[in-house]
Design a binder for this molecule. Structure first.
Ligand code: CA
Ligand code: CA
Ligand code: CA
Length: 347
């Protein structure tokens, strides 16, 4: 990343702000929804040996007869046509009978664009990439052939979301169907209360009830050399004053551990609306090896015990090396407690 100039050095941060990372607030989105199946309107079509079982609670359900040959369902995008030029990667969150390699094709069908993924009985996200035919794949939807492998008369497949990404992305939490926690746990001390996920908002919302309210997801295995950027979209209670803190652990720097976290206080936008915070972690010495755990204390101290609300739209890992800096806009670089305002220019 080229930095045109560093125009000021301001030590205006509270003592709680810490970490060595670069922060972008509300950068241009890198991901679009092909469909999140959250509006309850079933638009599935083009069946072969499958039938719709409806759309409700934030996902679309499709049935196939066991062993059916070449099962197919089509999901037209409700939005604009997409192109692999801008969005070469995509993610499918699905569950179904454990089967062979399910396949995905763009619509209208085009050659040599097939990708395969394995379905599991619990919702799980598959990260996929279009196999680009020159010059690119463009489409108005996807056709999915969810190959089953069970013995039930009817096998059912549920589709939570399909998202198209500009850079390689892992959805650590998209909170996109009713009750979804996407592998996150409300750990230990009970200081997160009234938590719940709604497909209507595609968010997890909750309140704090004490210091160090903990959201944690373990069992990760992501190469920090590639996935050096965390993106979080979150809303904070206007009445809150507390810091936000995020801890991590890798196979070479186990965590969560004190001193292995990023903290924000003054940088938080506390207007009750969702804002995007993108952290490039590549300056962190302990962002090394394979990431295996992430812990978020949304509002960690101060008035947390008074009961403050927060709402999370998503938590993602991004290939930050592939992110092209925006032509304008402010960037905050926080190194050892010093705040740099870097105004980036194309060069
Ligand atoms: Ca729908
Ligand atoms: Ca959904
Ligand atoms: Ca969401």
């Amino acid at each position: 990343m080229k930095t045109g100039s560093i125009t000021s050095l301001s030590i205006a941060l509270s003592a709680a702000t810490a970490g060595a990372f670069t922060l972008s607030v509300d950068p241009a989105p890198l991901t679009v929804n092909l469909d999140n199946f959250n509006d309850g309107v079933d638009t599935s079509a083009g069946f072969n040996n499958m039938t719709s079982a409806g759309e409700a609670a934030g996902f679309a359900s499709i049935n196939m007869n066991a062993g059916a040959a070449d099962p197919q369902v089509q999901f037209p995008t409700p939005g604009a046509a997409f192109s692999s030029t801008s969005h070469p990667y995509f993610r499918v969150n699905t569950r179904g009978t454990v089967g062979g390699a399910s396949q995905v094709f763009p619509l209208p069908a085009a050659g040599s664009t097939v990708v395969g993924y394995a379905t599991t009985t619990a919702f799980a996200e598959s990260q996929l990439a279009f196999v680009n035919s020159v010059p690119a794949v463009a489409g108005t939807g996807l056709r999915i052939d969810p190959l089953g492998g069970g013995i039930a008369t009817v096998e059912r497949f549920d589709f939570d979301y399909v998202m198209l990404d500009s850079v390689r992305t892992i959805g650590l939490g998209e909170f996109d169907h009713d009750g979804a926690l996407d592998g996150w746990t409300l750990s230990g001390n009970g200081h997160i209360i009234n938590g719940g996920t709604s497909a209507g908002t595609s968010t997890f919302s909750a309140m704090t009830a004490g210091n160090d309210p903990v959201l944690e997801r373990g069992g990760l295995n992501a190469d920090t050399n590639i996935f050096n950027t965390i993106e979080l979209r979150i809303a904070f209670d206007p009445a809150s004053t507390s810091r936000f803190e995020m801890f991590w652990g890798t196979d070479s720097f186990p965590g969560p551990a004190g001193g292995q976290s990023v903290r924000l206080v003054d940088e938080l936008i506390r207007d009750g609306n969702l804002h995007t915070y993108r952290f490039n972690m590549s300056d962190e010495a302990a962002w090394d090896g394979n990431l295996n755990i992430l812990r978020i204390d949304p509002l960690a101290d101060a008035d947390a015990q008074a009961g403050r609300s927060f709402e999370i739209d998503y938590i993602r890992l991004l290939d930050g090396n592939a992110i092209i800096p925006e032509p304008s806009g402010a960037l905050l670089s926080i190194l050892g407690g010093f705040l740099f305002f870097a105004h980036r220019r194309r060069s």
